[in-house]
Design a protein around this ligand. Structure first.
Ligand code: COA
Length: 260
């Protein structure tokens, strides 16, 4: 797999995707978004890949947003298409069925913050900053930032961040629940890959159902979400992995999950 704007590395069951446009702080232009879409589809299909880390190249920026050169010339119809395209790619990441960890190595602004939010989990360098600065450009978040941010941190905090357009530190992001963990910048990739390897060793079908139940359940009334959970709970009982996991516990050994 080769892409103009991404680097893909594999290490056992963990793949690392690096957004690679360092001259513009890894801003997402249309070709990069399309590379990301194709790469994620490929990694979804690849049975040997069980967890993915997404990061940005260089030590300054994860992703500094959508490419402002493209935004500056958009029309009402291309603007709508632009937002729908980004939303589609980020939906794909959120619902990939495999854990995707954002390793936020610097600026996560605008589309960068939205990309991190679409990931399953977020780990940040202590030097990272987060924000939705679109209002400073006279626009609004278009890759589902107005929807995912309040779901992650609550309506009041999302309003304050998006309306002010100001950035917050990694520690503040951790305090409000926008990131799961903050680590020293030098340890970021090692820790993100360690986190990914731990998830990659878990039962893949249960992993897929859990991500699905949480993502879709959040959009349902509580009782419907519980019914959905019960259906997936029943389905997982058909897997070899369920038999392996429960037997391994009873036999006091480590389980070996095959994703079947
Ligand atoms: N789109 C296009 N180009 C971008 C970009 C973006 N989102 N973010 C940064 N760049 C470019 C800059 O134009 C500059 O290009 P140049 O070297 O040709 O002048 C290069 O990346 C380096 O950025 P620069 O602004 O010089 O770095 P900095 O360290 O002074 O500031 C930021 C870093 C992130 C604070 C600043 O680049 C910024 O505010 N970027 C835009 C963030 C944003 O509004 N994102 C949401 C877009 S919807």
């Amino acid at each position: 797999m080769t892409f103009d704007n991404l680097l893909i590395e594999g290490d056992g069951s963990v793949a690392t995707v690096t957004i690679n446009r360092p001259k513009v702080l890894n801003a997402l232009n249309a070709p990069t978004l399309d590379d990301l879409r194709r790469a994620m589809l490929e990694l979804k299909r690849d049975q040997s890949v069980r967890a993915i880390v997404i990061t940005g190249s260089g030590d300054k920026s994860f992703v500094a947003g959508a490419d402002i050169n493209e935004l500056a010339v958009q029309s009402p119809s291309s603007g709508r298409d632009h937002a729908l395209t980004g939303q589609h790619v980020f939906d794909l990441i959120e619902n990939l069925g495999k854990p995707v960890i954002a390793a936020v190595n610097g600026y996560a602004l605008g589309g960068g913050c939205e990309l991190a939010m679409a990931c399953t989990l977020r780990i940040a360098a202590d030097t990272a900053t987060f924000g939705q600065p679109e209002i400073n450009l006279g626009i609004l978040p278009g890759y589902a930032g107005t929807q995912r941010l309040p779901r992650l941190v609550g309506k009041g905090r999302a309003m304050a961040l998006i309306l002010s357009g100001s950035a917050i530190s990694a520690l503040e992001a951790e305090r409000i629940g926008l990131v799961n963990r903050v680590v020293p910048a030098a340890d970021l990739l090692v820790e993100a890959r360690r986190m990914a390897a731990t998830l990659a060793a878990q039962a893949p079908i249960a992993m897929r159902y859990i991500i699905n139940a949480i993502n879709h359940g959040l959009e349902m009334p509580f009782a419907q979400g519980c019914a959905y959970e019960a259906t997936l709970f029943g389905l997982v009982a058909a897997t070899d992995d369920m038999r392996e996991g429960t037997r391994a516990f009873l036999e006091k050994r480590k389980p070996s999950f095959q994703g079947k």
